[in-house]
Design a protein around this ligand. Structure first.
Ligand code: GLA
Length: 400
């Protein structure tokens, strides 16, 4: 059962342990960022942008990418931090050119990648591309970069690429650490700052070594546009929370918000948890065709601010009672971000005691509701919400 007011108080001291757990959340990382292989200085906060994969799959071409970039700017999303425009699989020709270089699919991208990079940069955006740490990409439509790392990194740099997603198909069973390290080193050698996003699906305990060579690492297989798929990824990602921090982030995969397979409340929960967990916020729907409801979720500046908080500590699941959960994480200035989440199929009340979320149990706090944009003052001991199935509430608690 969830605890009421008095139990919040009486258990306060014992639960201070949880508070310590939260505050030390960044302690699992083995090295300081400056000592690691990929000391490129990027990703001090999680990356924000868009990727073609979740909505468009292989169906991408120049016009779509330009329209997406235009809409990103005109709808004000770029100004909120969504800068990366990432082409996923299927942008390239089936084979390399006579010099052994990767080349774009000339039918889909007639102006070429350098021109596309220019276009994106001229709008103040950043250019992301996809490649694979094996012999073919996952759709099999393009060559992989295994044993071509140096040349491909040079090609990407010459096109003005700012972000590389690096996938794991057709890898001949070669140790992923070795394969990803080679590209990481090759990117550094180009001299261009390229955010390195590795996608090895959370195998081989990637969080324990990803930070040595990448700015983010996928902690699971591919997300689908369904509630079950989304919550599973949130939970998998949560297991590795202590390995994330400025410069290197756990990646539970791209957002499905706006793709139609979940309810608005489910999408709101999806976005809230991704933001709290300091996940990359990579939009996966159609930007030009985005509905107002979808826009309202993805453009919530208060939720985005939690994701981009400079402390860079991944928020975690701190309390669970059946389907009722509390997720929380520290922010700068002793503030705490909290999500109350009803993952069950019936309406229910979810409660967070101050001691659950790392706050001194005796303090009075201001609670800012990040979805209604309203505040309550001088709250003590706990915060509760009566929530519809799959709904959540997200707050910032500030000690007064
Ligand atoms: C893998 C990745 C996906 C996507 C596809 C493209 O499945 O995990 O995110 O990039 O490949 O083929």
């Amino acid at each position: 059962m969830y605890m009421g007011d008095s139990s919040c108080l009486s258990l306060a001291v014992g639960l201070m342990v949880l508070c310590v757990r939260l505050v030390s959340a960044a302690g699992g990382r083995s090295m300081m960022r400056g000592e690691t292989l990929l000391a490129n200085g990027l990703g001090r906060t999680p990356p924000m942008g868009w990727s073609s994969w979740n909505h468009f799959g292989c169906n991408i071409q120049e016009k779509l990418i330009k329209e997406t970039a235009d809409a990103m700017v005109s709808r004000g999303l770029a100004k909120l931090g969504y800068k990366y425009i990432n082409l996923d699989d299927c942008w390239g020709a089936s084979s390399r050119d006579t010099h052994g270089r990767l080349v774009p699919n000339a039918t889909k991208f007639p102006s070429g990648m350098k021109a596309l990079g220019h276009y994106l940069h001229s709008k103040g955006l950043k250019f992301g591309l996809y490649a694979d740490a094996g012999t073919r990409t996952c759709t099999g439509t393009m060559p992989g970069s295994l044993d071509h790392e140096g040349k491909d990194a040079q090609t990407f740099a010459s096109w003005g690429v700012d972000y590389l997603k690096y996938d794991n198909c057709d890898n001949n069973g070669i140790n992923p650490e070795d394969r990803y390290k080679k590209m990481s080193e090759a990117l550094l050698r180009t001299g261009r700052l390229i955010f390195f996003s590795i996608c090895e699906w959370g195998k081989e305990m990637v969080a324990t070594w990803g930070n040595d060579m990448a700015n983010s690492w996928r902690t699971s297989g591919d997300i689908r546009d369904s509630w079950d798929s989304m919550v599973l990824r949130a939970d998998r990602n949560d297991e590795w929370a202590s390995y994330a921090g400025p410069g290197g982030w756990n990646d539970p995969d791209m957002l499905e918000v706006g793709n139609g397979g979940m309810t608005l409340e489910e999408y709101r929960s999806h976005f809230s948890i991704w933001a709290l967990a300091k996940a990359p916020l990579i939009i996966g729907c159609s930007i030009p065709k985005m509905t107002n409801d979808t826009y309202e979720i993805l453009s919530n500046e208060e939720v985005i601010a939690v994701n981009q908080d400079l402390l860079g500590v991944q928020g975690k699941k701190v309390k669970k009672d059946g389907h009722l959960e509390v997720w929380a994480g520290p922010l700068h200035d002793n503030k705490v971000a909290v999500v109350l989440w009803n993952r069950g199929s019936k309406k229910a009340t979810v409660t967070a005691c101050w001691s659950d979320v790392g706050l001194d149990p005796t303090v009075a706090v201001k609670a800012r509701d990040l979805w209604t944009h309203s505040s309550r003052y001088a709250l003590r001991h706990q915060l509760s919400a009566h929530l519809d199935p799959h709904a959540s509430k997200m707050y910032i608690l500030s000690p007064l």
